[in-house]
Design a protein around this ligand. Sequence first.
Ligand SMILES: Cc1cc2nc3c(=O)[nH]c(=O)nc-3n(C[C@H](O)[C@H](O)[C@H](O)COP(=O)(O)O)c2cc1C
Length: 198
Amino acid sequence: MIQFNKISKDPPYIIFKDMYKKSLEANQNNIEAICISSFSESKKEVNARYVNLKFINDKEFIFFSNYNSPKSQDFESHNQISGLFFWNSINVQIRMKAYIKKTSQEFNQKYFFDRSVEKNASAISSYQSKQIDSYNQVIENFNRSLKNDDLKKCPEYWGGYSFVPYYFEFWEGHESRINKREAFDMIDGVWKQSFLQP
Ligand SMILES: Cc1cc2nc3c(=O)[nH]c(=O)nc-3n(C[C@H](O)[C@H](O)[C@H](O)COP(=O)(O)O)c2cc1C
């Protein structure tokens, strides 16, 4: 589930929330799963992975991750990303483009405090995406953290990322491929709406 906090009343946000509601009512699995694509300037390489979108605060989309992970290194080198939802229960795709930044340490600490100790032990004990000898080692690291670490204190290498899209595209699948595509471009502080051919 995504938590909406005073979501913006701008047209793309109204459409987003309406589609989210319909998808939720249609029992969409993993409704919060968003594919985030990033680019590494040094490697000249694009990469993508799913994360769970936790909040929409006004215009900001927020998820959490490890700040030393490959995705974080990509964001450091190139702060422009794309985000992608596909809600198959209602046959909708939502594409976004945005600039990404870290959330504040206070925000991270508050969110971390409210999470389960198990999730926090997992976050604390993982050097995300680094190679490890075995899966058993992962479990040992997790158990050691569960026993020894302060599981309510957010480590500085873990926290949120926030992005405010400057582009949205809503794709609705229809019969005979007469799909509806509606785009919103933020130009000089104003949303420019258009329809795209399928
Ligand atoms: C549905 C789903 C949700 C996920 N949610 C998160 C998340 O919220 N944060 C996160 O760091 N990784 C999440 N992951 C794992 C990432 O896809 C990825 O494996 C990990 O973040 C390492 O990515 P990186 O090497 O590109 O940094 C999720 C994976 C799936 C399949």
